[in-house]
Design a binder for this molecule. Structure first.
Ligand code: EPU
Length: 432
C-alpha cells in the first residue's frame, strides 16, 4: 500500500500535456463488444480503471492490448461469455457500461449490481428503464443483475433523473439502441463531452446517431457495427485539476492538448476567484495574480460546473479569506474530502448537499486519506499549497484517474514523492 508525501508551498511553473479522458475511454472500450471487427483507440490513459475494464472485456472474450504508449487495440468476439466477473464490477461502478452492449450483441447479460460508493447511492434505475424500454428483460436478484433480450426495438425513452440525466445510463441506452431495430429517441440525454465522444466512436463504427451534444439523441438502428480507429478526447477533469493545483500554489502553468471549450464552467468559476487565463490554440495558460476570492459554486450536469471538479475547487476555496458556499447538484453526498481538509486546518460546515467554507488563507500539512478519486485530487491540490509536509494515503484512489501525476507535478516544480506506507499504517487500512 502506497502513500504520497508532498512538501507544499512551491509554485507550479511550466507546461503539461493533458491525457485522454478516462470517462470517455471506459464506455468506448465497452462499446467494442458491439462490433464485429477490431478497433484501435488512441490517447487512452494508462490508469487502473482502464486496466480493470480491459480485464472485464477479456473475461467477456474481447481482447484489449496496448500496441503503443497510449494506443489500445480491441478485438471483439461475436459469441463470448455474457457474465462480467463480480469482483471487478464491484471494484469499479462504471463496469455497468457493459450491460447495454452485452444485451444488444449477445442477447443476455449477467453481472453483480455495482452498489453504492462513498460518493453516494449511485442507483441504476434509469439504465434499466432505458434498456427495458428497448425490449430487454432485466431482473435484479439480491446483488445480481441478469438480463435477456431477443431483438431490441427502437422507442422513445426519457432519461431524466432527480439530478438531471445520467451519463453512463445515456451511454448504455445509446450503445444498445445503435443495434436496435428502427428509431430510438432519447430525451434528456446527458450532453457531457464523454457521451459525445462515445456517440462519435459509434458513428465511426457505422451507427447512425444524430443530435450529438444535445439533450435529444436520435438513433437509427443498424444491423451490425464494424471496428474503427478513434482518438479519445482530452480529459477535462485532469485538466481542471492541474488548473486548480496551479492556482492553489500561486504558480503559472500552460496546459497543452486540451479542449478549453469543455472547461468553460471551470474557467468561469476560477475566474470569479481571481484566477487569470490566457487561451491559445490547443493550449491554456493559468496564473493567479493575487489572493483568491471567496465565491458561491453550484455543480450541475454539462455544460454546468462538473461535479468531478467540486472537491478540487472546494480545496481552493479554503485558501481564500472569505466565506464561500458550495452546492453539490449531481452527487449530493460527495464530501469525503471535507473531514480530511479539516485536518489540514480548513473550516468547513457540511449540510444537506452543500458546504459553507470559511477561507483560512493557508492550510498546513497533515496525514490525510483519499477515500475517493476526486476527493484524493482535492487533497493533492491542498497539499501542494500547504505549509509543511502532507502525507496522503489511499493513493490507489488517485491512481484510478490520474496517470503519472507525481512525475508531472515534479516536472512543474512540486516536491512530491511516493513510498510504501509503514507496516502499522497498512494494518490499519486493511482493517478499515
Ligand atoms: N442517477 C439516478 N439513476 C440512475 C443513474 C444515476 O438517479 O439510474 C443519479 C445518480 O445517483 C447521480 C446522478 O444521477 O446523483 C448522476 O449520475 P450519473 O449516472 O450521471 O453518473 P455515472 O454515469 O455513474 C459518470 C462519471 C462520474 C461523474 C458522473 C456525473 C464515468 C465513468 N463516471 O458517472 O465520474 O461524477 O458521471 O458527471 O463516466 C469520476 O470520474 O470521479 C466520477 C465519479
Amino acid at each position: 500500500m502506497e502513500r504520497i508525501v508532498v512538501r507544499g508551498g512551491r509554485p507550479l511553473i511550466g507546461t503539461v500535456r493533458i491525457s485522454g479522458a478516462k470517462n470517455a475511454a471506459l464506455p468506448i472500450m465497452a462499446a467494442a463488444i458491439l462490433t464485429d471487427s477490431p478497433s484501435v483507440l488512441h490517447r487512452v490513459p494508462r490508469l487502473t480503471d482502464v486496466a480493470t475494464i480491459s480485464t472485464i472485456l477479456r473475461a467477456l472474450g474481447v481482447s484489449a492490448e496496448w500496441i503503443g504508449p497510449d494506443s489500445l487495440r480491441l478485438v471483439p468476439s461475436r459469441n463470448g461469455p455474457v457474465e462480467a466477473p463480480s469482483h471487478l464490477v464491484r471494484q469499479m461502478r462504471s463496469s455497468i457500461c457493459v450491460l447495454g452492449p452485452l444485451l444488444a450483441m449477445r442477447g443476455a447479460a449477467r453481472m453483480a449490481t455495482p452498489g453504492g460508493c462513498v460518493i453516494g447511492d449511485r442507483p441504476i434505475d434509469l439504465h434499466l428503464k432505458g434498456l427495458n424500454a428497448l425490449g430487454a428483460r432485466i431482473e435484479i436478484n439480491g446483488a445480481h443483475i441478469s438480463g435477456r433480450a431477443d431483438r431490441l426495438r427502437g422507442t422513445s425513452i426519457d432519461l431524466k433523473g432527480p439530478y438531471g440525466s445520467t451519463v453512463l445510463g445515456t451511454a448504455n441506452v445509446l450503445m444498445a439502441a445503435a443495434l436496435a431495430e428502427g428509431r430510438t429517441l432519447i430525451k434528456h440525454a446527458a450532453c457531457e463531452p464523454e457521451v459525445q465522444d462515445l456517440a462519435r466512436f459509434l458513428n465511426g463504427c457505422g451507427a447512425h446517431i444524430r443530435g450529438i451534444g444535445t439533450p435529444t439523441l436520435v438513433i437509427e438502428g443498424v444491423k451490425s457495427l464494424h471496428g474503427t480507429e478513434h482518438t479519445i478526447i482530452p480529459d477535462r477533469i485532469e485538466a481542471g485539476t492541474f488548473l486548480a493545483a496551479a492556482a492553489s500554489t500561486g504558480g503559472e502553468i500552460t496546459l497543452e492538448g486540451l479542449r478549453a471549450d469543455h472547461l468553460r464552467a471551470v474557467i468561469e468559476a476560477m475566474g470569479r476567484m481571481g484566477v487569470e487565463f490566457h487561451e491559445a490554440e490547443d493550449a491554456l495558460t493559468v496564473r493567479r495574480p493575487g489572493p483568491l476570492q471567496a465565491i458561491g459554486l453550484a455543480t450541475s450536469p454539462y455544460p454546468g460546473l462538473p461535479t468531478d471538479m467540486q472537491p478540487q475547487l472546494s480545496a481552493l476555496l479554503c485558501l481564500t479569506r472569505g466565506i464561500s458556499t458550495v452546492r453539490e447538484g449531481v452527487h449530493p453526498c460527495r464530501f469525503t474530502h471535507v473531514g480530511e481538509l479539516q485536518r489540514m486546518g480548513a473550516r468547513i460546515v457540511q449540510g444537506d448537499g452543500q458546504t459553507i467554507i470559511e477561507g483560512v488563507g493557508q492550510l498546513h500539512g497533515a496525514h490525510v486519506t483519499a477515500a475517493d478519486l476526486r476527493g484524493g485530487a482535492a487533497l493533492m491540490v491542498a497539499a501542494l499549497a500547504a505549509d509543511g509536509e502532507t502525507t496522503i494515503s489511499g493513493v490507489d484512489q488517485i491512481d484510478r484517474g490520474y496517470q503519472t501525476l507525481e512525475e508531472r507535478l515534479t516536472m512543474l516544480g512540486a516536491d512530491i514523492s511516493r513510498s510504501e506506507a509503514p507496516p502499522a499504517e497498512q494494518r490499519h487500512r486493511k482493517s478499515a
